[in-house]
Design a protein around this ligand. Sequence first.
Ligand SMILES: *[C@@H]1O[C@H](CO)[C@@H](O)[C@H](O)[C@H]1NC(C)=O
Ligand SMILES: *[C@@H]1O[C@H](CO)[C@@H](O)[C@H](O)[C@H]1NC(C)=O
Ligand SMILES: *[C@@H]1O[C@H](CO)[C@@H](O)[C@H](O)[C@H]1NC(C)=O
Ligand SMILES: CC(=O)N[C@H]1CO[C@H](CO)[C@@H](O)[C@@H]1O
Length: 413
Amino acid sequence: MVSLRSTIIIFYLAFVSGQCNNGLNIKSQEDVDSVSDCTRILGDVLISDSALNEIELTNLEQIDGDVFIKENVYLTSLKLDGLSYISGNLFVQNNKALTEFSAKSLSTVKNFTASSNLNLVELDLTSLSQVSNFKISSNLISSLEIDNLVNSQNIAIEFNPLLEHISFNKLAACVGTLYFHDNPSFPDVQLPNLSTVIGNAFFGNVSKLTASKMINVGGQLNFYENSFQELSLESLNRLYYSLTFSQNGNLDSIFMPSLEIIGSTLILSNNDNILGIQNDAFPKLSTIDNIIIDGRNIEVLSLPGIKRIYGSVIIVSSRCVKCESIFSQIGKLVFGYFDCRRSVNYSLTPTTTLTMNTLQDSPTETCPAATFLTREYYPSTSSLPSMGSFSFTKSFSLSQTLLIVGVISITMI
Ligand SMILES: *[C@@H]1O[C@H](CO)[C@@H](O)[C@H](O)[C@H]1NC(C)=O
Ligand SMILES: *[C@@H]1O[C@H](CO)[C@@H](O)[C@H](O)[C@H]1NC(C)=O
Ligand SMILES: *[C@@H]1O[C@H](CO)[C@@H](O)[C@H](O)[C@H]1NC(C)=O
Ligand SMILES: CC(=O)N[C@H]1CO[C@H](CO)[C@@H](O)[C@@H]1O
């Protein structure tokens, strides 16, 4: 069999420019030859099961259609460096041998996906400025720099085993969701110009997060299994839904100096180095629905700016948690339950029945002051201030709240 690896197809500048109207299906050198003059292709471009090792289309500037590059076993390099516009989607998927993909001039594409290219180490999208859904999943890249993208809908960067650096330096708004997770080399994530995320934002396995201009998040803001020790979000002012920190093993300091409103629940679950929420963590936080803190080492909860807690506060820790002192600071502001207790082996697993009785105290060390406190507060509803523009969030009942913790535990298993 002829070695296909030696097949190299490169098309340099052709003098005749042209529009080609029949789309393109590249399987062989002849197929590439047939479009070497095209600067614009009307119709979809398919590169699949091709026999080629390298493809370079330098004349091509525009594709009015979708581009699929998939299941090519021999293709190691694909360069579309003249291409600036794709009216549809660009999918680069399951190309086992592909080590290099570049579309240096590409500025506009609808959806972009690069997934399961298990040897892809070079991905160049330097000029990308407009994309709807952007997904990079299961590739071998070590660095991802999408530094010209200003707005996007959804972004997901996941399951890239060697990824150590991610930057979106100009990204100002994400009108959908933002997911950075399961990149086991713990990349740093640079989002220095990001101000708004309309949907959820999820950060998992991140070693450092820079998002100092982020002002608000319309969905949930979640931090799971990150390795950073400190998290500062200096501009974050308002969260329309919940804020969750779970299993961030090194995290000991949270600084959100501008945060005033959490529309739903603050959840801190199993972050072993967090000893408590100190004064400087959420100094301006004034309203929140619920607070659920479940941690081995929690001792204090201090919210100097708090004015109203519309739902419940649940704190469970195996340390001598200062329930009396926490209650004296915030107890009167809690509209639902206040439940603070010490429990050595507290954990909510899928099999745990979520009743109050599962929250057994089991002290093994002697604690100085009261470390077990459960009160229910039912102030007259007429004394409640209006919940204003975030009225879509409702206070949770205790059982709902416990259910939330249960669901979180389940999803983490
Ligand atoms: C882009 O992806 C989204 C979500 O998968 C889909 O709804 C939309 O139709 C896609 N856009 C195009 C142009 O196919
Ligand atoms: C940051 O985003 C704003 C819009 O929020 C934009 O006007 C500005 O040019 C961006 N800055 C950089 C350096 O990209
Ligand atoms: C603590 O955990 C052990 C083993 O899982 C269990 O047998 C025991 O009942 C638990 N103690 C309390 C007070 O829940
Ligand atoms: C939230 C998250 O991304 N967690 C992942 C961190 O890395 C480990 C090891 O690869 C994964 O098992 C986790 O799922």
